[in-house]
Design a protein around this ligand. Structure first.
Ligand code: ASP
Ligand code: MG
Length: 421
């Protein structure tokens, strides 16, 4: 069987949905599970709605929900006509969305966020599945929350693998055997008490990998608006080139440092079962794309360039001139681990340590009071991280000349810089 994943850009409007259905229809008759994201910028709009609910700005929320509902209804009507039952289904989902603040009066912002934001994928998959049925394809819509079981770490829920495995086998296998195309949502799951959770922004790639792993997919395809994995972001580097084949390790490295082509968590579940990941273009769906798998590093691999903006550089120095030894290092690392802050670069000297992290107001607000009793802390906001894999002198010169470099770190295959923004 195969697992496909279509992101928000691929289902942003009615023509885009038709294109997705046409790609899927070419695989009709083969066992296939399709994971879909919310339409275009819906998740961002839902984030605003969650914030408005939490801040008790009912008018702001209502206005934004009305706009989203109109947009979804219009796309559905364009695809399946104004009398199709899916329009009523959408109406029910939007009614539910409007009731979220009453249904969940207590709870943290993160909890409320997940109850709101999970709706985007439910809307998009209902529309796509109705349209595919309408054109005669054998499809079954499935609520991913019934199978993807997670812990209760809202907004970054972790998969409960044993539970998920069992449910995926029970729910999906019989459908695949009948060659029914399963359409489900990325990014969402539910706790053991059936509250909705989300797996972290852009998490649909990872959902697809969870299904691929459990179902022993023969391949996973991520359909994107780029021709495959490029050596740099084409929006910043018009000369970016496509890479035909990449080893898993290389894909993990690039996504870890911030390449946005696939979600960093996607590779592990695939690598663990030796499942190839194919990144292909939904715009030019005949093109071969990039294959990620158990390959050696291509001899002619170009330098891979990843910029990560919106970074904060933290510098910790011991208050009493004691060395940055096990105890102080341990304390700093403990702070990061407790708050689940990912460190992008770390560098330590005799009595100080520098750490570059993604900017996150809330987490910084908790980290600083935790470490301040022990360290002098300097904070440099608005820095940028540049990572070049397989670098050469020329590219390093090109990308760093006239830049104010604060930190450099170098291994034989990777060079990294923290620079003023
Ligand atoms: N819709 C979610 C997001 O935009 C998940 C995804 O697209 O992968 O973050
Ligand atoms: Mg999305």
């Amino acid at each position: 069987m195969k697992v496909f994943k279509f992101g928000g850009a691929s289902v942003k409007d009615a023509p885009a949905m038709r294109n997705v259905a046409s790609i899927i229809s070419r695989y009709n008759g083969q066992p296939l599970l399709v994971v879909v994201s919310a339409l275009g910028k819906t998740t961002n709009a839902l984030e605003d709605i969650a914030r408005a609910f939490f801040d008790k700005q009912a008018d702001v929320a209502a206005e934004k929900i009305d706009a989203l509902e109109k947009q979804h209804q219009a796309i559905a009507a364009e695809l399946v006509g104004g009398n199709h039952p899916v329009l009523n289904e959408l109406r029910k989902l939007f009614t539910h969305l409007r009731q979220v603040p009453e249904l969940y009066r207590t709870g943290t912002f993160d909890f409320l966020y997940d109850q709101v934001v999970c709706m985007g994928e439910l809307f998009s998959t209902h529309i796509l599945s109705a349209y595919m049925q309408h054109i005669g394809l054998p499809v079954q819509w499935m609520d991913a929350r019934n199978v993807i079981k997670t812990d209760a770490a809202y907004r970054e829920a972790k998969i409960n693998w044993p539970e998920t495995r069992e449910r995926v086998h029970d729910a999906v296998k019989p459908l695949l055997l009948k060659h029914i195309i399963v359409i489900t949502q990325g990014f969402i799951g539910s706790t053991s008490s059936n509250h909705s959770t989300t797996l972290g922004r852009e998490g649909s790639d990872f959902t697809a990998a969870v299904f691929s792993n459990i179902l022993h997919a023969q391949e996973q395809v991520i359909w994107k608006d780029v021709p495959g994995v490029l050596n740099a972001n084409p929006a910043l580097f018009p000369d970016a080139v496509k890479i035909d084949q990449l080893p898993y390790e290389e894909a993990v490295e690039m996504t870890y440092y911030g390449a946005q082509v696939i979600h960093p968590k996607t590779i592990k579940p695939l690598q663990n079962k030796n499942i190839p990941l194919h990144v292909r273009s939904f715009i030019d769906s005949q093109q071969p794309g990039t294959l990620i798998g158990n390959f050696p590093l291509p001899q002619d691999i170009p330098p891979i360039i990843v910029f990560k903006k919106n970074q904060v550089l933290l510098n910790f120095s011991t208050r009493d001139f004691s060395f940055m030894a096990e105890e102080s290092l341990g304390r700093i690392i403990d702070g990061f681990a407790r708050l689940r802050i990912k460190t992008n670069i770390m560098q330590n000297a005799a009595i100080s340590m520098s750490v570059c992290i993604d900017h996150n107001e809330t987490k910084l607000g908790e980290l600083i009071p935790f470490l301040e009793p022990h360290f002098n802390i300097r904070l440099e906001p608005n820095v940028e991280m540049l990572t070049i894999r397989h670098y050469n002198e020329k590219i390093v010169h090109e990308l760093t000349r006239n830049r104010n470099i604060i930190i450099t770190q170098k291994t034989p295959d990777t060079i990294q810089f923290v620079m003023k923004g």
